[in-house]
Design a protein around this ligand. Structure first.
Ligand SMILES: Nc1ncnc2c1ncn2[C@@H]1O[C@H](COP(=O)(O)OP(=O)(O)OP(=O)(O)O)[C@@H](O)[C@H]1O
Ligand SMILES: [Mg+2]
Length: 446
C-alpha cells in the first residue's frame, strides 16, 4: 500500500506490568490504514481495543514494533513529535473527558483552540455550528453535570470533530446513545471522513453501525484478524468443540468422569466458545455482514479483473426476464443497467448458459452498443461466463472486458475465470439469499 498511509503499524507488541505481573495484551499487530478510510475494530471486552487505540493516538508509548502515524514514527519519539501528532487527531473516548467546570460550548471551543488555527470569533462560530449539528443547540451553556450521558457523549463528539482533524480515534462513540442518535452520530462521522478525507479508527460493540466501515478488523486475545476470518474461525471452533465431545463419549459420561479442574476447564471452554459463537453469528446475521459481503464482492471483482489482466470486470444478476448490472467499477455513476434476457452478449450467455468469447465486439451483431454509449467506454474484447446455482440454473453472468495487452481473451483466461467465478458465485448467491439489494441504492436509468 502507499507509503503515505496515515496509520502504519507493524509487529506491534504491548504488555502491562513488570516481572511476574507482566501481561502481554497485544501480539504482533500489523496493519495499514489508507487516508480517508473508516476502519472499525471489534472484539470481546479486554481484547486490547482501547490499548491499541491509545497507542495509535500517541497517548501511550509503544514498547515493541513500529507504529507510524501521520508520517511520524511514534516508538521512541520525542514529546514534541508526540504532541505534534496529537494536535492532528480528534479523540472520542469511552469516558467523555469533558471538563466539568466548562459549558458545552467552552468544551467544544477547547477542541478548536488546541489547533491554534482560528480567531476567537471564528472559534465560537464553529463550536456553535458543531453543537447545533449534533442536536445540542439548546444545551450550549449547560455544564456536563447538567447533561444526560448521551448528551455528554454528543458534546465529546462535537469537540473531537470541530477542528476537522486529519484523523479521528473513537472508542465506543455510540455507547450511551439510543438507536437514532447513534445512527446520526456515525453518519456525521462518515460524512466527515468522506468530505475531508479524515482517517477514522473506531472501536465498537454496536453491530448496528458496522456498515459505515470500509473495513472491519477483529481483535481477539490481542491478535488482529479480518472480520470474516473471525466469523469463520469461531463457527469452526464451536462445531469442533461439539463434534469432539460428541465423538468421544456421551456428554454425561464424559462429565461424570471428570475431576473438578477438568470439569471447570470443559465448562469454561464450552461457555467461552459459545459466547464467541454467539457474538460471531449475531454479527453474521447483521445487515453489516451483508454490507461487508457486498463490499467483498466489489473487492473480489476488481481483484479478478486485475488477475486476469482485464480492464473491467462486472457481474450481472438475473431478475425475472432481464439482467441487472450489480457489481462494476463506477456502478454508482452508471444508473441502472438492465438488459433483456437474450439480448446483448451477457443476455445471450444468461439465456444459453454457454460462455462467450469475442475478439472484436463491434464486429459481432449480438453486441449491444447502448451501454458503451451510455458510459463512454469502448469495448473491444469480451469474456462472458454464466454463473449457475446449485440446481444448475443460470442466476448471474460475470464478464471481463478488454484484455489489457490488447489481445483477445483466450482459452486459458476462460478456464481461470471459470475457476474463480465458482466462489464469487457462492458469495453472490449468499447475498441474494439475504436479499441485500434492498440496502443497495438503485439508480434510475438516465
Ligand atoms: N493501565 C493498565 N495496566 C494494566 N493492565 C491494563 C491497563 N490497561 C488495560 N489493561 C488490561 O489490558 C487488557 C486490555 O484492555 P483494553 O482496555 O485495551 O480492552 P478493550 O478491548 O478496550 O476492552 P473493552 O471492550 O472492555 O473496553 C485488559 O485485560 C486490561 O485489564
Ligand atoms: Mg475499551
Amino acid at each position: 500500500m502507499s507509503s503515505t498511509a496515515p496509520i502504519k503499524v507493524s509487529g506491534l507488541n504491548h504488555a502491562f506490568g513488570k516481572g511476574d505481573l507482566r501481561k502481554q495484551i497485544l501480539f504482533d499487530i500489523t496493519t495499514e490504514i489508507p487516508e480517508g478510510e473508516i476502519v472499525i475494530v471489534t472484539g470481546p471486552s479486554g481484547s486490547g481495543k482501547t490499548t491499541l487505540l491509545t497507542l495509535v493516538g500517541a497517548l501511550r508509548s509503544a514498547q515493541e514494533g513500529s507504529i507510524e502515524v501521520l508520517g511520524e514514527q511514534l516508538r521512541g519519539a520525542k514529546p514534541r513529535t508526540l504532541e505534534k501528532v496529537r494536535r492532528q487527531i480528534g479523540y472520542i473516548f469511552q469516558q467523555h473527558n469533558l471538563l466539568g467546570a466548562l459549558t458545552s460550548l467552552q468544551n467544544v471551543e477547547l477542541g478548536l483552540r488546541v489547533t491554534g488555527r482560528f480567531s476567537r470569533s471564528e472559534l465560537q462560530h464553529r463550536a456553535t455550528a458543531m453543537l447545533e449539528a449534533v442536536g445540542l443547540g439548546d444545551r450550549m451553556h449547560y455544564k456536563p453535570g447538567q447533561l444526560s450521558g448521551g448528551q455528554r457523549q454528543r458534546v465529546a463528539i462535537a469537540r473531537a470533530l470541530v477542528g476537522e482533524p486529519a484523523m479521528l480515534l473513537a472508542d465506543e462513540p455510540t455507547a450511551s446513545l439510543d438507536k437514532q442518535s447513534g445512527r446520526d452520530v456515525v453518519e456525521r462521522i462518515k460524512s466527515l471522513a468522506k468530505e475531508k478525507g479524515t482517517t477514522i479508527l473506531l472501536v465498537t460493540h454496536d453491530n448496528r453501525i458496522l456498515d459505515i466501515a470500509d473495513r472491519i478488523v477483529h481483535l481477539e486475545d490481542g491478535r488482529l484478524s479480518t472480520f470474516t476470518d473471525a466469523v469463520i474461525e469461531n463457527n469452526q471452533r464451536m462445531m469442533q468443540t461439539l463434534a469432539d465431545n460428541r465423538n468421544k463419549q456421551p456428554l454425561d459420561e464424559l462429565v461424570a468422569a471428570l475431576d473438578e479442574p477438568g470439569f471447570k476447564d470443559l465448562l469454561q471452554q464450552i461457555t467461552s466458545d459459545s459466547q464467541r459463537f454467539q457474538e460471531a453469528t449475531t454479527l453474521a446475521n447483521d445487515v453489516a455482514f451483508k454490507s461487508m459481503l457486498r463490499q467483498g464482492l466489489f473487492a473480489f471483482n476488481r481483484k479478478l479483473g486485475q488477475l486476469l489482466n482485464a480492464d473491467r470486470a462486472s457481474l450481472f444478476i438475473v431478475e425475472q426476464d432481464s439482467l441487472v448490472l450489480r457489481v462494476a467499477e463506477d456502478i454508482e455513476k452508471m444508473g441502472e443497467v438492465r438488459i433483456p434476457l437474450g439480448s446483448g452478449i451477457a443476455g445471450a450467455v444468461a439465456h444459453s448458459g454457454e460462455s462467450i468469447r469475442i475478439d472484436d465486439a463491434y464486429a459481432d451483431p449480438r453486441f449491444n452498443q447502448d451501454v458503451d454509449q451510455q458510459t463512454g467506454y469502448r469495448t473491444r474484447s469480451i469474456l462472458s461466463l454464466a454463473i449457475k446455482d446449485r440446481s444448475g440454473k443460470v442466476f448471474a453472468v460475470a464478464q471481463l472486458l478488454n484484455r489489457r495487452d490488447g489481445q483477445p481473451f483466450d482459452q486459458g483466461d476462460e478456464e481461470r475465470f471459470a475457476d474463480f467465478i465458482q466462489s464469487i458465485g457462492v458469495i453472490l448467491e449468499t447475498l441474494e439469499g439475504l436479499s441485500v439489494h434492498q440496502a443497495t441504492p438503485r439508480h434510475q436509468a438516465p
